[in-house]
Design a protein around this ligand. Structure first.
Ligand SMILES: [Zn+2]
Length: 211
């Protein structure tokens, strides 16, 4: 059964198979900037992957985990980047990962600048719900890795995912100066970078059946 659940930025209606909801797929939701590369706050046009991102993604692939990147891109609605430029950049980045043999399943973005007009800006759960519908992700069996407590860690907590804060990007300041913005939440693990996060996740899923 399909139904209209989403209209994208260019007004294209998307049909989503709602009967595929929650098929128990396990995976990892990864923040992009500050987690896989870049400086955490800059423009995606200037983004480059950290050296540790490629082996981390390969590990997730080996563990049989789906990989969904979830990113807030308010630069789009602020007019600093068109949706088309964003899509072109994402294609380039996916090409780089493909060449490196580190596949990801999807990249979702929230293009909005003001959280009250949308349901997708992290820490809201819109992008996770989209993954639930499109990939059958079982959120309670999933991991969130990100550098910003007030978006990534709060989102993980609300969704019932395991949360891993990385100290790259704004991770360090998120844990110190800005700890009050996500004081109610304790990350399940704090990792120096996404590769250490992947190793920890590997320990959590090893022994569990991936078949
Ligand atoms: Zn949004």
């Amino acid at each position: 059964m399909t139904e209209l659940t989403h209209i994208d930025e260019q007004g294209k209606a998307r049909m989503v198979d709602v009967s595929a909801k929650e098929t128990g797929r396990r995976g990892v939701f990864l923040d992009l900037q500050g987690t896989l590369g870049g400086d955490g706050l800059g423009d995606i046009q200037d983004f480059t992957f950290y050296a540790c991102a490629i082996p981390a993604l390969r590990l997730f692939n080996q563990f049989g985990l789906s990989i969904i990147v979830v990113t807030n891109q308010s630069h789009i609605e602020k007019g600093l980047l068109t949706y088309q430029q964003y899509e072109e950049r994402v294609k380039e980045l996916q090409g780089e990962l493909g060449t490196a043999g580190a596949g990801i399943d999807a990249i979702y973005c929230c293009p909005h600048r003001t959280p009250d007009i949308c349901t997708c800006q992290k820490p809201k759960l819109g992008m996770l719900h989209q993954a639930q519908q499109e990939f059958g992700m079982a959120l309670s069996e999933c991991f969130v890795v990100g550098d910003m407590g007030s978006s990534d860690m709060l989102m993980a907590h609300t969704a019932g995912c395991k949360s891993i804060l990385v100290l790259t990007g704004v991770g360090e300041s998120s844990l110190n100066e800005f700890r009050h913005t996500w004081a109610a939440v304790e990350p399940d693990f704090i990792a120096t970078d996404v590769l250490q996060a992947a190793e920890w996740i590997g320990e959590q899923v090893s022994g569990a059946s991936n078949t």
